[in-house]
Design a protein around this ligand. Structure first.
Ligand code: FES
Length: 68
């Protein structure tokens, strides 16, 4: 599914980019777009993109059980 139509950014691409960053704070979506070589245009995607970034950031911060 596309999150950003203007830039052709898919949800999975955004999730990978978000997981690779150290922060999910407000405003970081534009920084993540920039790292992807993109820039918001109409900006209609930013709320949904921010939610996805926040989800990925939380997932990467949760402790994971290691297989013994
Ligand atoms: S849909 Fe992302 S900038 Fe327009």
């Amino acid at each position: 599914m596309y999150i950003c139509i203007c830039n052709g950014i898919r949800e999975d691409e955004l999730r990978r980019a978000a997981a690779a960053t150290a922060s999910g704070r407000h405003g970081d979506v534009e920084a993540i777009y920039a790292r992807m070589g993109k820039r918001p245009q109409c900006r209609q995607c930013l709320d949904d993109a921010e939610e996805i970034v926040r989800e990925e950031w939380q997932l990467t911060r949760e402790p994971r059980l290691e297989a013994a």
